[in-house]
Design a protein around this ligand. Structure first.
Ligand code: CA
Length: 225
């Protein structure tokens, strides 16, 4: 789980980072709104913890611009102000939750867990998945790219659905083997490379941009760029 913290107060940022790392999260920190916005746009996170009072671009504008760029990562806003207007404004610009400073660390971890869980649940409920012009409908079991229907075998479909539900995340061969083939490591992860090859031929070969990427030594990732 990757979390981005955008917070200019170094002590607060370090405190949150340390506490969340203990809980097994991978943390990156940005100390101003401009850098934070750029990281939020260019990298994939499971959650963004966003302070309101930030240098260069304030937290509200960072959140608004992320949403305008179609970044749907859950955002937990931190506000020292705690006034109703700020809270309402926080939700209005697309934040998912807020926490008033100073807060108990347990409160923060509870919110973090809840937000990530909620985001994952809503993603797994979604029946129409889209990445660029690739669209998968898990009800009708159909796949189109650039409006063109693509025929997939049952296994190819499951593999693509798994990649799309986890778009932006690197999936190891082991993850894929366990999830799609119900087999564990050593039993033949070559089959995964073969199916990725089939899938690429069908959904990527004749189209741009390429969506399935190999992460050498790590696995596969489906993403727009
Ligand atoms: Ca601040």
């Amino acid at each position: 789980m990757n979390i981005l913290i955008i917070e200019d107060e170094q002590k607060v940022a370090a405190f949150i980072k340390k506490g969340l790392e203990v809980n097994g999260y991978h943390i990156e920190v940005a100390y101003d709104g401009k850098i934070g916005l750029s990281m939020g746009k260019n990298y994939t996170y499971d959650l963004i913890i966003l302070d309101v009072n930030l240098p260069i671009i304030n937290g509200f504008d960072v959140c608004r611009q992320l949403r305008e760029s179609n970044i749907k990562t859950p955002v937990l806003m931190l506000t020292a102000l705690g006034t109703l207007t700020d809270k309402v404004l926080g939700f209005d610009i697309g934040a998912d939750d807020y926490l008033v400073k100073p807060f108990e660390f347990e409160e923060l971890t509870a919110r973090v867990k809840a937000l990530i869980k909620r985001a994952n649940a809503s993603l797994s409920m979604q029946t129409i998945l889209k990445v660029a012009d690739l669209e998968l409908n898990s009800d009708s079991k159909t796949v189109t790219r650039n409006g063109k229907e693509i025929e997939l075998t049952a296994k190819e479909f499951l593999l693509l659905e798994y990649l799309m539900r986890n778009q932006g995340k690197v999936l190891s061969r082991l993850d894929i083997a366990e999830k799609i083939w119900d087999i564990s490591f050593d039993t033949g992860t070559n089959v995964i490379d073969l199916y990725i090859f089939y899938l690429r031929k069908k959904i990527d070969k004749d189209f741009t941009p390429k969506l399935i990427h190999t992460q050498i030594g790590m696995g596969y990732i489906l993403k727009e760029k």
